[in-house]
Design a protein around this ligand. Structure first.
Ligand code: SAM
Length: 345
């Protein structure tokens, strides 16, 4: 081949640089994405969660109650990053097995790969892309009717919140989506575009106890928001008398209410709570972490009813909260409430 026809060498691509010392954009936090241990430790020491990870909450309190033993079968119904699962897996060997469920098809394969890399093979850990309402079916498909312990850590993971492309973030602009499984249902943008003001007001009250529901609903319902930032800005502009903190809280509550509807979270939780005792062996333990009153109310009621009718032999007397030290080191743990129940023998 003559020199005139030889292909020109590929241009040397420089790594994209971000301005300043600390990157602000999710995509630019390549050191955190790369899970460089030194960077992760620094981010955690600063009270933050490195992007692409999740810090498990109240691990000690949960393990103390569910008391995993070698040979036990466990179901983590909200696998997320696998932080709780990893701790349980380490304690149920040899002979135990953990079934990890999550509705999110984006993060689940990453977590499966992470736990495999830690040495948990198919014999001890399997990952299931399933809503936790389908726990009985997952167990039945694996030849089981009940397990020794069930864990649920409700809501969204840090990986989901921090990735603007998922549309959960109140801080970063991204498509107004909010689906845990982006392959099913409708994004939050479609919900807002179709909903009538009265229905939106009801949803804001029922899902987030939003005190400004009546003011916000006619302003937001029927509107076309393609991304999260214009929605957040419209909410703030609709309530000009609110101070910054109250306005931030309002934005969070509206996002929470939309997320709950888009993912049909309360009906999934109610089905899960109904199935829960049937999926536990006699004497089996369940621990549930909730993050707002709509979730906690449902768990509290299901456990109290179960104790009254003898399904549960014992339930937590009261909610258990993260210690002040945990809340300080991981601010995302602050709203968490833990309740537990033991199935009667
Ligand atoms: C708070 S995170 C769990 C974090 C996890 N405990 C850890 O230590 O990494 C909640 C997870 O539950 C999943 N999830 C929420 N609702 C669900 C449902 N109804 N069925 C299955 N997974 C669900 C979310 O996709 C998310 O990954």
């Amino acid at each position: 081949m003559s020199e005139a026809h030889s292909p020109s060498p590929a241009p040397h691509k420089r790594r994209v640089r971000y301005p300043g010392k600390n990157p602000r954009r999710f995509e630019d936090k390549y050191k955190e994405h790369g899970h460089d241990p030194e960077t992760l430790a620094k981010v955690i020491a600063g009270g933050k969660t490195p992007v692409g990870t999740h810090r498990p909450i109240m691990v000690g309190e949960i393990l103390a109650f569910i008391a995993p033993q070698p040979g036990d079968h466990a179901a983590d119904c909200t696998l997320g990053y696998g932080g709780h699962a990893e701790e349980v897996l380490a304690r149920i060997q040899p002979g135990g097995k953990l079934f990890g469920l999550d509705a999110d098809p984006v993060e689940l394969p990453k977590t499966e790969a992470r736990l495999r890399a830690l040495g948990f093979d198919e014999a001890v850990f399997t990952a299931h892309r399933s809503n936790f309402a389908g726990l009985p079916q997952v167990l039945a498909a694996n030849g089981l009717t009940g397990v020794d312990m069930i864990l649920a850590d409700l809501g969204v993971s840090s990986m989901q919140i921090d990735d603007p492309a998922r549309g959960f973030s109140v801080k970063l602009d991204g498509p107004l989506d909010m689906r845990m499984n982006p392959q099913r249902g409708q994004p939050a943008s479609a919900l807002l575009q179709k909903i009538a003001p009265a229905a939106l007001a009801e949803l804001l009250t029922a899902n987030a106890d939003e005190p400004n529901a009546a003011t916000l609903a006619p302003i937001l319902a029927g509107k076309s928001f393609t991304s999260t930032r214009p929605l957040a800005e419209t909410i703030r502009a609709a309530l000009p008398r609110l101070g910054k903190n109250d306005a931030d809280l309002t934005v969070r509550r509206v996002f929470q209410a939309l997320r709950i509807t888009v993912n049909d979270e309360f009906s999934a939780l109610e089905t899960f709570l109904r199935n829960l005792p049937l999926c536990l062996k006699p004497g089996g333990r369940a621990a549930i972490l909730t993050f707002h009153s709509g979730e906690d109310r449902r768990v509290k009621k299901a456990f109290a009813n179960g104790q009254q009718d003898g399904t549960y032999s014992e339930i937590a007397d009261d909610v258990i909260r993260p210690t002040p030290a945990e809340q300080h080191s991981n601010p995302r743990s602050a709203p968490a409430k833990l309740r537990w129940a033991r199935r009667a023998k």
